[in-house]
Design a protein around this ligand. Sequence first.
Ligand code: ASP
Length: 346
Amino acid sequence: MKKYLFPILLLSLLWTACSQPAEHTENGTSKSVQKAEYAIVIHGGAGTIKRENMSSEKEEAYRTALNKALDIGEGILKNGGTALEAVEKTIMSMEDSPLFNAGKGAVFTHEGRNELDASIMHGADRNAGAVGGITIVRNPIQAAIAVMEQSPHVMLTGKGAEEFALEQELDTVSNDYFYTERRWESLQKILERENQETGYMEEYPDYKFGTVGCVALDKNGNIVAGTSTGGMTNKRYNRIGDSPIIGAGTYADNATCGVSCTGHGEFFIRWAVAYDVSAIMAYKEVGVKKAADMVVNEKLVDVGGSGGLIALDKYGNVAMPFNTEGMYRGYAKPNERVVQIYKDEQ
Ligand code: ASP
């Protein structure tokens, strides 16, 4: 019997060595990396977020909301729940918070309404769903998930998307539900300053993008990414940004990473930002941090596209780059929790 033991031992040693994840690490070097059992990363928008403009109460409120969202998502993943459920419930908690520009607390259109966009993508099969310009669904991320799971389509907009949401018996509200005084005042300020001839802002000097996003990796190795937003204050003509556009605001592929973006949507669409992070990882064979940094701090900076993103790879490596003053952000992995707002916390 004993003579068989040696080859078996050798084979099992070889098998162990080969099954270590030995692809590129987060900064692009090639050595073996540890895989986190699960991981979740969130953002609550990027923009002109400076310490000197923030009261301690407001800062505390944001940190509490980010921690609460992470608690929800981490609780699901820790107990073996799916990345899809973690992303759904985490984003719902941020949509329900008036602090973020998604769901309750969304920004106003030029006409003084709230039009909401959201998207979801599953990294296992690249199934995806998105809604644009909806006005009555309490949690737009649920409408995006319904499009992914219950329809043959990827993206539904406006009245049709709402009809579909009603058919799916999603929770609906009147458009007033999304109202917050703070966002209403932001619209009034912008309306006073906008170019009277074109009706557009020439630029967005103090813009705070408050979109929310979440990427999760579950115990089965599935990566799911989702994004939800009210878009940009003073948007008109049913403008839709990057957030509900697969490849621009959201992307997920189990082989590379999941990404959710926040920022000046027109740039994120034109630079296919979320997909670009995944493509750079695949084609250049670099890690998630390096790929995300190239897109946000090189490509977007070169063209004046402000914002940031969160990304998570199959090992649980997290990237949270932004080229603005700050970004509400955080992540959780087993025995690790980070919640940050300002640039100097990086
Ligand atoms: N990216 C969003 C949009 O352009 C805005 C944001 O991130 O806050 O609609």
